[in-house]
Design a binder for this molecule. Structure first.
Ligand code: UT7
Length: 329
């Protein structure tokens, strides 16, 4: 019997209605549309507004849309995996709440956190469940309400992030498509360059941590930038090399959307022309776990069965990775 592979058979996202433009940010902090556009490529991002709305609301909508699109009933889903850094609560997992909101009752679900590389790690984890032969319909959701951990008085970070969720369906196939290979890496010694100072077991929430504004993203941008540029290119080339893929063989680069300059540098390092590089950072900013599936969703109608895609990300931890994916429809 041929080896079972895990193929993406549908993708669907959810974007909150509210659009936060660079012009509105100019009214909030000392910044300019010109600075944000030239340094990051971002023009606008979506923000989830409204009391009582959280990551799982966006994730639930994305999954409901995904099931409708693929014609799969909620009761058929075996497993739901959510990658997020902004779960609704520390526990239970956002994946449990997403399943509940999407009417999924016969599945087990849990969250994964690898910062901006989370969706890639979740995709490969989910693919392993499918490849085992035991699970037939596995949903992977990348979802983040980044606005819940952004300090809108800090111009260095508040211009970067947005809210969104996007989900893919993974199903078994015996064709030569799906998740083909990956190279992942992480190292914790550089955690201090990108993290949230308080709210975890190291520094539980207190009046002092609130007063010190420690419940927000802290990033030393330049350090992260330099490493992201090198790592995303290197790791993508590594996954290509070990599978004998040339730049001509690659149909699309699907990079994490953190900065347009990082995206362009990664494409150049891989020798890919700009028209093979997926970009939507101008519309959504950095949505952390949702960036990569949102690219697949936006470019879905340009994809053909058998296309070779290289998905790559770099994020807090540090974590990084690249996946070779063959598009299945
Ligand atoms: O997704 C997880 C991984 N994250 C990333 O990959 C992000 C990586 N880092 C970056 O994308 C970039 O480092 C940033 C976009 C965060 C910053 O861009 P940069 O070109 O590295 O700028 P910088 O931090 O070196 O700052 C340059 C100048 C500084 O002013 P001085 O010291 O030269 O006078 C900043 O204070 O730009 C200033 N600045 C701003 N000015 C206007 C920083 N933020 C802003 C702002 N508006 N929003």
């Amino acid at each position: 019997m041929a080896h079972i592979k895990a193929a993406i058979t549908a993708v669907h996202g959810h974007l909150p209605d509210y659009i936060l433009t660079n012009q509105e940010l100019e009214q909030m902090v000392d910044t300019s549309d010109e600075w944000i556009s030239t340094r990051t490529g971002i023009k606008e991002r979506r923000i989830l507004k409204g009391a009582g709305l959280a990551t799982s609301d966006m994730g639930g909508e994305a999954v409901k849309g995904l099931l409708d699109k693929r014609g799969i009933g909620p009761s058929e889903v075996d497993m739901v995996l959510c990658s997020t850094v902004t779960p609704d609560m520390k526990f239970p997992a956002a994946a449990n709440l997403i399943s509940h909101k999407a009417g999924i009752k016969n599945a087990f679900s849990y969250d994964m956190n690898a910062a901006c590389s989370g969706f890639l790690y979740a995709l490969v984890t989910a693919a392993n469940y499918v490849e085992s032969g035991r699970y037939k319909k596995v949903v992977v959701v990348g979802a983040d309400k980044m606005s819940s951990i952004v300090d809108y008085t800090d111009r260095q970070t508040c211009v970067l992030f947005g809210d969104a969720a996007c989900a893919v369906m993974l199903e078994p196939t015996q064709e030569d498509v799906g998740v083909m290979d990956h190279v992942f890496g992480s190292e914790g010694s550089s955690w201090q360059y990108l993290h949230m100072k308080a709210g975890g077991s190291l520094k539980p929430p207190s009046h002092e941590t609130i007063d010190a504004r420690e419940h927000f993203i802290y990033q030393e941008g330049q350090t992260v930038f330099k490493l992201a540029v090198t790592k995303m290119g290197d790791i993508s080339l590594e996954v290509m090399k070990r599978n004998n893929l040339s730049a001509e063989d690659v149909s699309w680069l699907v990079p994490h959307q953190a900065n347009m300059r990082i995206i362009e540098a990664t494409g150049r390092r891989m020798n890919l022309p700009p028209e093979k590089v997926m970009v939507n950072i101008q519309k959504y900013g950095n949505t952390t776990n949702a960036t990569i599936p949102l690219c697949l969703w936006d470019y879905e109608d340009k994809l053909n069965k058998g296309d070779n895609l290289i998905l790559t990300a770099f994020g807090g931890g540090f974590t990084w990775g690249a996946i070779w994916l063959k598009w299945a429809y």
